[in-house]
Design a protein around this ligand. Structure first.
Ligand code: PLP
Length: 312
């Protein structure tokens, strides 16, 4: 008779994780100990929404905007949790304070959750909230920030907005991952996906901006309405730079004077090459540099900062 292995009573996780703190079911834990059930539809069906905020030099940046987007996403997906925005803000502050991190990446998630009968009806599941804080990370590394990223305009299409609404931040990322592999095959560092009508959409974790003759343009629809994207609109108004949300044909992106991408993970990040060719005159463009500088300056301004109390 076959000898069965002993049943583990406590899972021993062999995987490695970054340093950080998580919140789950009323408890604060080292991030490596936070777990999602294998039966959670967030895991099984990518049935979840989330948001990512950041802490820079000990303060959250535009946290209220991230919370508003998160609550809108939950409402769109018919999800609800018992926590208010203020309670979530408090949980996130506590996670950051416990982590001690002065520059942090702060992710909070609502999953469809589990249902005791493994029902196929999403209304039977109990929605779950989780959050975690790890060291701040950027889409672009310091070298790429200095010289500009190498972007590939892939022929991969973003999941159509009529199928999965990209304004609800979601984990439907197989199009993005496919785009990344196509970019790597073309010796690029990251990818932009298209919308099926010859326009660019967005990339894995970022919005895309083109600058031509001093005017800044970013796609209006079919993308996540990024908080950093909104910050760029605010910066352009402040610097009196013309800026609009309008379709960006793939060829217009290739012909732009300057291109940059935006994300909470890294801020305003220059693109130096597209499909192997230099953007404009190459390197980091002057308007991109000004927008990037203003973005980081704004982190010190009252209206955008929410100081973390580290209890020191
Ligand atoms: N687009 C997608 C698909 C994203 O996942 C993200 C952020 O992670 C962004 C755009 C940028 O949004 P934000 O500036 O709010 O970080």
């Amino acid at each position: 008779m076959r000898k069965l292995p002993e049943l583990s009573t406590r899972y021993q996780d062999p995987h490695r994780y970054p340093q950080g703190i998580a919140y789950q079911d009323g408890q604060y834990l080292p991030v490596a100990e936070a777990k999602v059930s294998v039966l959670d539809y967030g895991f099984l069906h990518s049935d979840a929404t989330y948001d990512v905020a950041h802490v820079w030099e000990g303060a959250f940046f535009r946290l209220d905007d991230h919370l508003d987007r998160f609550f809108r996403g939950m409402a769109e997906l018919h999800m609800s949790i018992s926590l208010s925005k203020t309670e979530i803000a408090d949980i996130l502050h506590t996670c950051v304070a416990l982590s001690g991190l002065k520059n942090a990446y702060v992710e909070f998630i609502c999953t469809r959750g589990t249902s005791p009968s493994f029902s196929r009806d999403p209304r039977d599941a109990e929605n779950r909230f989780l959050a975690f804080v790890i060291p701040f990370g950027s889409v672009a590394n310091p070298d790429q920030l200095e010289r500009g990223l190498h972007l590939a305009v892939t022929d991969i299409l973003r999941i159509p907005p009529g199928s999965v609404d990209p304004t609800v931040k979601n984990y439907h990322w197989l199009d993005m991952v496919k785009g990344l592999y196509q970019a790597y095959e073309r010796s690029a560092e990251t990818a932009v996906l298209q919308d099926g009508a010859g326009h660019i959409a967005e990339g894995p974790g970022f919005n895309v901006f083109a600058i031509k003759d001093g005017a800044v343009t970013t796609p209006p629809t079919g993308v996540l309405l990024g908080i950093t994207r909104q910050t760029v609109f605010d910066i352009c108004a402040r610097l009196s730079l013309p800026c609009e949300a309008a379709p960006v044909p793939a060829d217009a992106l290739r012909a732009a004077d300057e291109v940059f991408i935006t994300s909470t993970a890294g801020g305003v990040m220059p693109v130096g090459r597209i499909d192997g060719k230099p953007v404009g005159t190459g390197g980091v463009g002057p308007l991109t540099a000004r927008i990037k500088e203003t973005y980081w300056q704004m982190h010190g301004e009252e209206g955008y900062r929410h100081e973390v109390d580290y209890g020191e």
